[in-house]
Design a protein around this ligand. Structure first.
Ligand SMILES: Cc1cc2nc3c(=O)[nH]c(=O)nc-3n(C[C@H](O)[C@H](O)[C@H](O)COP(=O)(O)O)c2cc1C
Length: 193
């Protein structure tokens, strides 16, 4: 009896720790401020690739606004970018020092995919060693997802110009490694970051 009690205790402890380990880490972002910034024509004129970054964390307000411009919801459940047949075939992952996160626009949340720092996977150019945040645009529609990614990174480039921040779009990373690290499936692939 005593022995049985021990095993039941051990098994329930193991089950409990498994559950704790599998717990999803989710972060609520502050609401994006949808006003302000430079006028559109100035932002367009100033948008450019700048490959210089400071190794500092991005604040959550700015991250929320970047994600909203990239692929947030702005009208009738639809996005800040147009999408083919409104199928919204795009996902935006956030890669930072504290892991990789999936953006959920409806909830304005980030769900952690892994706590592993995947930044080194993207450090294929020297300036990438310092980037505070890396957005990875993922989709499964061969024809339209890349177009959606293009619209999203253009919005982000304009936001950056409007706020005096630096940004660059990159296709230079090992797609297979990124696909594996993000656990992508069902034909999804990382398009650009
Ligand atoms: C789809 C795409 C992929 C790109 N990939 C890279 C890249 O891997 N590395 C990089 O340094 N710049 C990359 N760029 C940035 C371009 O080099 C840059 O946009 C171009 O030189 C024009 O400069 P501008 O953005 O200042 O107008 C990429 C741009 C696009 C649109």
């Amino acid at each position: 009896m005593k022995k049985n009690g021990f095993w039941i205790f051990l098994i329930s402890t193991l089950l409990f720790s498994e559950t704790a380990m599998a717990e999803t880490v989710m972060k609520k972002l502050p609401a994006p401020v949808m006003t302000g910034g430079k006028p559109l024509m100035e932002a367009i004129a100033e948008r450019k690739t700048i490959r210089e970054f400071k190794a500092q964390d991005i604040d959550e307000q700015t991250l929320s606004e970047i994600l909203w411009t990239a692929f947030g919801i702005s009208h009738d459940g639809k996005r800040t970018i147009p999408t083919a047949m409104n199928q919204q075939n795009l996902k935006v992952y956030v890669v930072k020092n504290d892991g990789a996160w999936l953006y959920d626009a409806a909830g304005n949340t980030l769900t952690q995919i892994t706590a592993e720092n995947l930044q080194p996977l993207f450090a294929t150019q020297d300036f990438m060693k310092n980037v505070p945040v890396n957005l990875v645009y993922v989709g499964s529609d061969e024809k339209y997802s890349p177009m959606h990614a293009g619209s999203a990174y253009q919005n982000v480039g304009l936001y950056a110009a409007s706020k005096g921040m630096h940004s660059v779009v990159r296709g230079y990373f090992d797609n297979d490694k990124v696909t594996k690290a993000l656990g992508l499936e069902n034909g999804e692939r990382a398009i650009v970051s």
